[in-house]
Design a protein around this ligand. Structure first.
Ligand code: RP5
Length: 163
């Protein structure tokens, strides 16, 4: 059990990633899924990375969402250190608009998977939804909340555009 009892860890390489990664936190809040956010840099805090990756399952986390930008090693390194499902969010970078982040995260060698989402906020939101869908496999109440959330999004789509 984590100190907070959270099911989902949301980790990011920098404080500057939080504007993107909080989209995952927001959708998890909407679905009533517990989560805890941490800053863990593969480059600047490698010891913290190792400690988190090795300890994540023992802490009680069940899914990890990891976001980073540029040479984005964080999701892959965490996936190397834990058997938990790891969802990777490529954060938009200044130089290459997140294409560097995407390729860094998605091109994992066979055997160490990172479920990679879209660049930026859409990816973070979808990582939250994917984490909820994973947890919902063993939680009927959460499954119902997730289906209701999706039904509400469907119902919000107008038949025709308005001026
Ligand atoms: C990466 O470098 C982080 O994930 C972040 O996306 C990017 C820039 O970090 P800062 O320079 O803003 O700390 O490690």
């Amino acid at each position: 059990m984590t100190a907070s009892g959270a099911d989902v860890a949301i980790v990011m390489g920098s404080q500057s990633d939080w504007d993107t990664m909080k989209c995952a936190a927001e959708v998890l809040d909407e679905l009533g899924v517990s989560h805890e956010a941490r800053v863990v840099s593969a480059h600047r805090t490698p010891d913290r990375l190792h400690q988190f990756g090795k300890g994540a399952a023992g802490e009680g986390f069940r899914v990890v969402i990891a976001g980073a930008g540029g040479a984005a090693h964080l999701p892959g390194m965490i996936a190397a250190l834990t058997h938990l499902p790891v969802l990777g969010v490529p954060v938009k970078s200044k130089a290459l608009k997140g294409l560097d982040s995407l390729l860094s995260i998605v091109q994992m060698p066979a055997g160490v998977p990172v479920g990679t989402l879209a660049i930026g906020e859409a990816g973070a939101t979808n990582a939250g939804l994917m984490a909820a869908a994973i947890l919902a496999l063993g939680d009927d109440d959460l499954s119902r909340r997730l289906q209701d959330w999706r039904a509400a999004r469907t119902a919000a789509v107008a038949e025709a555009p308005e001026d």
